[in-house]
Ligand binder design. Sequence first.
Ligand code: GDG
Length: 454
Amino acid sequence: MARLVVVSNRVPLPRTKGAASAGGLAVALQSFVAPGTLWFGWSGRVMERTATKPRFVEGGGVTYATLDLGAEDYDRFYVGFANSALWPLLHFRLGLMRYTREDFDGYLAVNAAFADALMPMLRPDDMVWVHDYHLIPFAAALRARGFAGRIGFFLHIPFVPASVLEALPPARDLLRALCAYDVVGFQTRTHLADFLDCARRFTGFTVEGEEVLTDGRRVRAIANPIGIDAAGFARMAARSAGTAYIQRMRESLVGRALAISAERLDYSKGLPNRFEGFARLLARFPNQQRRVSLLQIAARSREDVEEYQTLRRELDRLAGDINGRFSQFDWVPLRYMTQTVARTKLAGLFRIARIGLVTPLRDGMNLVAKEFVAAQDPADPGVLILSRFAGAAEELTEALLVNPYDPDEIAEAMQAALEMPLEERQARHAVLRKAVFEVTSARYCNTFVDALAA
Ligand code: GDG
């Protein structure tokens, strides 16, 4: 069997496994990679200059090979093009997009440097699976260095309609770069359709069904929603609910309902709108005051990108506002923390929550929504409130779906969730649970690798 080579910007090194990491990709892939796999990417470290030779770590039969980034490459590739241009663009936030040619050149240069470092380790029959927006030009870089084997790409974040994509100056280059892969995967049918439309308009290649015909090659585009290890997460949540930590949480609630949100502190996740929605719940439905607390876990992320610092200050202010306005001497409505919480604890918190509040303005998929569903006790489940603009909304149709731009809609959904009778909660949860147990991380990985091998 061909060896699998995984390439991703961040590599979950074995010593950090199980630690509080707040990224979706690592979580989905970690349990899948089999012994013999090579996993290659950035070490997460910034040095004076970008390394030319990787450092190796072994763990569970998997070889992890990582490169340090130089300070200038980090600024241009990671902070610059990837997270200040592509990330906002692909989350429909043109107003936040900061593009410079220097950043784009840095992005191409790091992809080239990564290809240079990986190339000597590759065998001709390896299958290379590249992840996410940091590495779109990676296949083109490997092809330029002579690699002729199978290369696939999966985009974890949304793909945008042509009218949004065209605002990015090198849109055409990136689309053509995507066509250097054999398989290109997206989270949803919508993202897939937008990609095919963009390829038709901007590349000069022919699109036939769900394939792009380039000069001499065929690129297959697929929709392959990512999932979680649902059974594993459910077990973890049930076990965690019996621990002293969760017991302390219950005691602190003194019988009040818990609403929970957890994600990276990121403007795509819609935290200010959610805070405002919660404030409107308390203002419009005052009988819910003292009856519910919202726990917001917002793990700090990308702190070198200015927008993230601005968002953090805004949230500090909003959280202070809400608690100043509504707190009573023995009740604090909003519990806001920016540290990460260990995964097992998070699972237990999800399990005892009455509401899972997942309201991104845009999201490729959103695994928190799926984890919340898996964590619930089917006999007395909590209610998932989910943004229509999360990829997960295509599958989780029995959630209370909201437009996150309307804080009143969030408030009304919270009110409905708090008042929802047990039978309706059970009925909705049963349908959601089925979806989450069907589209698992294992299915996601197998589907992609099968498409790549075909
Ligand atoms: C990208 C796409 C797509 C969060 N806070 C803590 C913590 N987490 C964990 C969650 C979940 C993961 O991190 C986050 O995954 P998401 O999918 O929700 O979001 P992104 O990080 O933005 O991931 C996304 C994903 O890729 C996969 O394709 O779904 O749309 O944006 O597992 O539970 N984990 C711990 N402590 C925290 O405080 N331990």
